[in-house]
Ligand binder design. Structure first.
Ligand SMILES: Cc1cc2nc3c(=O)[nH]c(=O)nc-3n(C[C@H](O)[C@H](O)[C@H](O)COP(=O)(O)OP(=O)(O)OC[C@H]3O[C@@H](n4cnc5c(N)ncnc54)[C@H](O)[C@@H]3O)c2cc1C
Length: 559
């Protein structure tokens, strides 16, 4: 044998260590809309059946491997801030990875930032929510500017002259990320700046001052001086801002450029170093006499901006339901391909219990989000409007808060590779607490539920009516609804009890939706595990008799 024979033989031995087998493959090149039975059912049930084909086309687009990769790329390369150009001129420029821009373009061209305002009517919010749900599974961070742009419209409308000037560009279906004055653009995005160092929940403590340039009043110009401690999407073309006018806390529209083409002095101090939501830039700013126009009435700033906040809270519910779906789909997909101890994981009773439990939680989150979307479409009806008022903070509290625990459990289904940075779970996990914290943290949502109950007692009746619509179909739900009715009627220690009350409202409402609309093997399992009062529980503790295989089969995405 020659030396070169020996060398090539050795290379064969070295290269041939093992075959890669019993592993999953990417969940990609599939249609996350058509592969999601619960979603397709919800879309048609809640009034957007006419959008089925268009949603299927959107699902095809965002399920492609290249599109899914955009989500990973936009988070691998975080945005970077240039406060000044190389000559020393102030620019306040945030640079994003091209993948972020591609995601923004897709969302805006498909109307995720505005479609219900452009074409309102039955199913408009439902179809938009479905698109947001699908695209958030690809990437959550860029959803922040999309949501804020969408949510700004009802607040802008508080001052018709401002809405007339800005709404056409806010709702335009084209994406223009250039750092130039809004006058030079045909499409713009909007951000929001409320939070200051001394208080985010308690915005009445804001210290930013608004000085009238002329006579002042709704629609008039002011100059703002102060700081904002959290401002996401600082490349937005304008921001809805709270500041103290002479007549009290008021809402303003602050463009990034002045009408004369000069930079408005809303200066970016630094970008936040966030544990999640990495593709989205969030910053600290100082306002040094920044020009802004008053939106709504003087001294009614919270009342005015709350229209925007209500919409962002709705999107938090949709976004967290989507984050849950992304995590559960990965777990189901992996466990349908991976075997241990000679059997495919998803067919082993204990793992099937875990997967089915996760799928139930997720389907209930989706059902709540889509029912609320229908209520938004039907707000002209008093019942639907009351549901929006009560169930938005309930859903924001419950669905967002359930997401981190569910995401971790789904990660564990993958095993060790679930923890690795080259897979989707670290990003899903880091994203999972964000929706619960911004736009009013958990306790703030619970206090808002109490406020809604107090100011609009009819909202409680609307909830009870919804629960009654499912009466007689499930004994656990009937009993839980009766207990909840008694809890709601008890006025003692409400603030102390708020979290447990909101927990019960959320789960009873979800159960009623599943009992009315989902197959019995889903609805009964949800009620038996969530309402029968078994005490503390982890995922994977569904009671005996649950058809885990049917639940797993229903939820598993097929690529
Ligand atoms: C990634 C990210 C991006 C953000 N982007 C923006 C943005 O673009 N614009 C913007 O304006 N803000 C933004 N925020 C700020 C966010 O909205 C606030 O952080 C949030 O509202 C909480 O305010 P805070 O941080 O001051 O906490 P605090 O108000 O100090 O609250 C701390 C805790 O106390 C609880 N709490 C407060 N009051 C009560 C009470 N009365 N009873 C019981 N518990 C109470 C809260 O629930 C919370 O758990 C962003 C935050 C994050 C994390």
């Amino acid at each position: 044998m020659t030396a070169s024979d020996i060398a090539s033989q050795a290379a064969v031995f070295l290269a041939d260590t093992h075959e890669v087998e019993n592993v999953a493959h990417e969940l990609a090149d599939y249609n996350p809309y058509l592969a999601d039975v619960a979603l397709t059912e919800a879309v048609s049930r809640e009034g957007a059946a006419q959008e089925h084909e268009a949603l299927a086309a959107f699902g095809r687009l965002v399920g492609r491997a290249e599109h899914i990769e955009l989500g990973a790329a936009a988070n691998r390369c975080p945005p970077e801030l240039d406060t000044h150009d190389r000559f020393g001129r102030r620019v306040d420029l945030v640079r994003f990875h091209p993948a972020y821009h591609a995601l923004m373009r897709t969302s805006i061209e498909h109307g995720l930032h505005a479609s219900p305002w452009i074409a309102p009517g039955p199913g408009a919010h439902v179809a938009r929510a479905a698109r947001c749900y699908l695209h958030t599974q690809v990437e959550a961070g860029h959803g922040c500017p999309i949501t804020m742009t969408f949510a700004a419209v009802p607040t802008l409308r508080a001052t018709p002259a401002l809405a007339q000037a800005w709404e056409p560009k806010v709702t335009a279906r084209s994406y223009d990320p250039r750092n130039v004055p809004d006058a030079a653009k045909t499409a713009v995005t909007i951000g929001m700046a409320m939070t200051e160092k001394q208080g985010g929940s308690d915005v009445r403590a804001n210290t930013t001052r608004a000085h009238p340039v002329g006579g002042g009043g709704p629609g008039a110009a002011y100059e703002l001086v102060g700081h904002k401690y959290f401002v996401s999407a600082p490349m937005s073309d304008a921001f809805l801002v709270l500041a103290q006018a002479p007549g009290g806390l008021s809402c303003f529209l602050l463009p990034r450029w002045r009408p004369d083409g000069a930079k408005n002095p809303m200066q970016v101090i630094r970008l936040k170093r966030k544990m999640g939501n990495v593709s989205n830039a969030s910053c600290e700013t100082e306002l040094r006499g920044a020009l802004a126009w008053m939106v709504g009435e003087e001294g009614r700033g919270v009342r005015t901006i709350i229209e925007m906040v209500a919409m962002t809270r709705f999107d938090c519910i949709v976004g967290s339901a989507a984050g849950q779906r992304a995590a559960v789909a990965q777990a189901l997909h992996h466990c349908s391909l991976r075997a241990a101890f000679g059997r495919v994981l998803s067919r082993q009773p204990l793992m099937a219990n875990v997967l089915a439990d996760l799928a139930l939680e997720q389907e209930a989150a989706l059902a709540l989000a889509m029912r609320l979307a229908r209520a938004l479409d039907g707000r002209a009806d008093a019942h639907e409007d009351l549901l929006v008022r009560l169930m938005t903070p309930v859903g924001k509290y419950w669905v967002c808060k359930r997401t981190p625990g569910l995401t971790y459990e789904a990660m564990e289904c993958i095993g060790g590779s679930g923890v690795m940075e080259d897979g989707p779970f670290p990003r899903l996990f880091r994203e999972s607490p964000v929706n619960a914290i911004w736009e009013g943290s958990g306790n703030i949502q619970c206090l808002d539920v109490l406020r809604a109950m107090h100011k609009s007692p009819a909202a409680v009746e609307a909830l009870l009516w919804e629960l009654a619509a499912a009466k007689g179909a499930n004994a656990d739900l009937d009993r839980a609804a009766g207990e909840l009715r008694r809890e709601l009627a008890d006025p003692a220690d409400l603030e102390h009890r708020a979290r447990s009350l909101v927990d019960r409202i959320a789960v009873a409402f979800q159960a009623s939706l599943l009992v009315r609309h989902a197959p019995p093997f889903v609805a009964d399992a949800f009620c038996a595990s969530r309402l029968a009062g078994a005490g503390p529980r982890n995922f994977g503790t569904l009671p005996r008799g649950v058809d885990c295989a049917a639940i797993v089969e229903r939820a598993t995405p097929r690529s």
